[in-house]
Design a protein around this ligand. Structure first.
Ligand SMILES: C[S@@+](CC[C@H](N)C(=O)[O-])C[C@H]1O[C@@H](n2cnc3c(N)ncnc32)[C@H](O)[C@@H]1O
Length: 274
C-alpha cells in the first residue's frame, strides 16, 4: 500500500470509531476536507498521528467535542452571496406571496446570519408575519448563539454592503440594537424563527416546506451523502416548493435533477415540478 492509501485507511478507521463510540457519522464527508481537519486536530492535541488521535478521541469525550467542532465549519455572514437574496426577492417572493402561510427550512444555519437575512427580506416584502422559518444545524453551540440573535459588529460594514447588493430597502441598522460591540436583532425577526438541532445525515424530515435553503453545507459531503440529503429535501418540499443551494452546489447530476426546474441557474435556485 502507498503511504497515502494507508493514511486514508487510518482516517476511515478514525471516522468509524467516532461513529461507533459517539454516533456522529462523518464517514461520508468529503475526504480532502476531513483530512485537513484531522491533521489540524493532531497538531492541536500534540499527538503523534491519526492512530494516536483515534485512541484519544475514543477515551476522551472532550477531545471528541473539539474534533466535532473542527468538522463543523461554521463560516457564514449576513446576506452571503447577495445576488442570491436579490434573486429570491425577484423570482421566489412573488410566488410565495400567493400562499396563506409559508413554511421555510434553513438547513445548516450555523450562527443564524442566513436565517436572519431571510427574515429581514420577508419583513420588507410584507410576508414575515405569515412565515415560519425553521433553522437547523447539527452543532448545538452555534444554534445557541443563533437563538440569541446576536452578531458581531466587526463584520457590520461588509454585512451592510451585502444587504444593499441584496436589494435591501431600508438601513440594516433598522433591524438591530447595538449592545456592547454586538448587534442584537429586534424581537419581531426572532419571533418567526425556530432554531433546532437536526443532523442531515442521521435525522429524518420533520415537516413539509415551501422553501428550503441549504447553502454551503453539501460541499462538505461526498456524492453518496449529497444524494441522501437531496432525497431528504425532495421528500420535505411541498409540490412546487423551492430549493436554494450554495454557489458551488447544484441539483444537476443528482438523481433528482429531472424533478426540479431552474428558477435561477446562476444563483442555484430550483423549483420542484414532479
Ligand atoms: C459553512 S456553514 C454554512 C452556513 C450558512 N448556510 C451559509 O451559507 O452561510 C456549514 C454549516 O453546516 C453545518 N453542518 C455540517 N454538517 C451538518 C449535518 N450533518 N447536519 C446539519 N448541519 C450540518 C455546520 O455545523 C455548519 O454550521
Amino acid at each position: 500500500m502507498k503511504p497515502e492509501e494507508i493514511e486514508k485507511l487510518e482516517i476511515e478507521l478514525l471516522l468509524e470509531a467516532v461513529f461507533r463510540r459517539y454516533g456522529y457519522d462523518f464517514r461520508n464527508y468529503s475526504y480532502p476536507s476531513i483530512r485537513r481537519r484531522v491533521w489540524h486536530r493532531i497538531a492541536a492535541e500534540a499527538v503523534t498521528g491519526i492512530a494516536a488521535l483515534q485512541e484519544k478521541v475514543i477515551r476522551d469525550p472532550a477531545c471528541m467535542n473539539r474534533l466535532f467542532y473542527d468538522f463543523s465549519i461554521n463560516v457564514t455572514e449576513m446576506f452571503r452571496d447577495p445576488l442570491f437574496f436579490l434573486s429570491m426577492r425577484e423570482n421566489v417572493i412573488p410566488l410565495l406571496r400567493t400562499y396563506p402561510f409559508i413554511r421555510i427550512w434553513v438547513a445548516g444555519c450555523s450562527t443564524g446570519e442566513e436565517a436572519f437575512s431571510l427574515a429581514i427580506l420577508l419583513e420588507e416584502e410584507g410576508l414575515l408575519s405569515r412565515s415560519r422559518i425553521y433553522a437547523t444545524d447539527m452543532n448545538a453551540r452555534v444554534l445557541q448563539q443563533a437563538a440569541e440573535g446576536r452578531i458581531s459588529l466587526k463584520t457590520m460594514k461588509d454585512d451592510t454592503d451585502n444587504y444593499r447588493k441584496a436589494g435591501g430597502k431600508r438601513a440594516l441598522s433598522d433591524y438591530y440594537t447595538v449592545k456592547s460591540n454586538e448587534a442584537v436583532f429586534h424581537s419581531p425577526l426572532k419571533e418567526c424563527l425556530v432554531f433546532a438541532q437536526h443532523n442531515l445525515v442521521t435525522d429524518k424530515s420533520f415537516n413539509e416546506f415551501h422553501l428550503i435553503l441549504c447553502r454551503n453545507v453539501l460541499i462538505y459531503f461526498n456524492r453518496t451523502l449529497q444524494e441522501h440529503v437531496h432525497d431528504l429535501f425532495y421528500k420535505s418540499l411541498s409540490p412546487f416548493g423551492f430549493l436554494g443551494l450554495g454557489n458551488k452546489e447544484s441539483i444537476r447530476f443528482t438523481k433528482h435533477a429531472q424533478q426540479y426546474k431552474d428558477v435561477d441557474v446562476q444563483e442555484k435556485i430550483y423549483r420542484k415540478i414532479t
